[in-house]
Design a binder for this molecule. Structure first.
Ligand code: NAP
Length: 229
């Protein structure tokens, strides 16, 4: 069984219902059905104790529940997905504009979503992936400011980077607190993502490539393939 669902802005449910409770129920159901192996898509940094980020808290609690469940498991902790950037790249194609909230020098190792899917599927048949918790990132550590540069190369246009400080998001969150406290809570996950570094060490990437026996794809390659440029 591979659990890859999760909460997002458009889902009918929050982190508690979807990222926590639905996974606990799935693990219990998997045990009852004698499932041979449970692969859980967690998140890079789940173990860092981010108190203000409901998704991170839920993932961490599920990781612990899965580890003590008695099931064979593989926990994958991916960094940001390259597929998140496809709509932003399409916007950039039209306008040349890239919105970068927060510090442009924070590091990230965005993972090809296709590579992550392959690793999730192959975890089941890779003996050394059994009962392991693996960080999954792309092969390069990027500064967030390099993303618009990559877009610029792909579409051959100079990026116009709009770079509001994190305080702007904090302002929106404070206002939301008056009208929609649950949306305010969910924005805590976004703030955590924007204010921290999420990248894999070269040794983690090398170990992953050796374990699954393929080379991880760069962000630029993923984008060119999926944008047909
Ligand atoms: N995106 C990232 O950068 C990132 C980074 C690290 C970890 N992750 C984790 O990776 C997983 C996939 O992320 P994603 O960004 O691909 O998520 P996504 O695009 O938001 O997809 C979420 C999935 O969950 C399903 N879902 C939502 N509510 C549901 C419900 N009530 N019942 C059944 N299914 C429901 C959705 O189904 P429908 O398509 O039918 O709506 C969708 O397939 C999540 O666990 C996420 O936390 C994501």
């Amino acid at each position: 069984m591979i659990s890859g669902h999760g909460s997002n802005a458009s889902s009918q449910g929050d982190a508690q219902a979807l990222d926590y409770r639905a996974n606990i129920d799935l693990i219990d159901a998997a045990k009852a059905a004698n499932v041979q192996h449970f692969v859980f898509i967690s998140v890079l940094g789940a173990d860092r104790g981010y108190e203000d980020a409901p998704v991170f808290k839920a993932k961490w609690a599920v990781e612990q529940y899965l580890q003590s469940s008695g099931l064979n498991y593989t926990i994958l902790r991916p960094s940001g997905f390259a597929s998140n950037l496809l709509p932003l790249a399409e916007q950039f194609r039209q306008t040349g504009i890239y919105l970068l909230i927060g510090d442009p020098r924070t590091r990230t190792s965005i993972v090809s979503t296709d590579d992550l899917a392959r690793i999730a599927v192959e975890s089941v048949s890779t003996p050394d992936a059994r009962n392991q918790t693996l960080a999954v990132g792309g092969p390069e550590i990027l500064l967030r400011s390099e993303i618009p540069q990559i877009f610029g190369r792909i579409f051959r246009r100079e990026p116009i980077v709009i770079n509001p400080p994190l305080m702007a998001l904090d302002g929106v969150r404070s206002l939301l607190g008056f009208v929609n406290p649950s949306a305010q809570k969910s924005l805590g996950t976004l703030r955590t993502l924007l204010s921290n570094e999420f990248f894999c060490a070269p040794s983690e990437i090398a170990a992953l490539e050796s374990l699954f026996n393929f080379k991880l794809e760069t962000l630029e390659s993923y984008l060119r393939r999926n944008l047909s440029v």
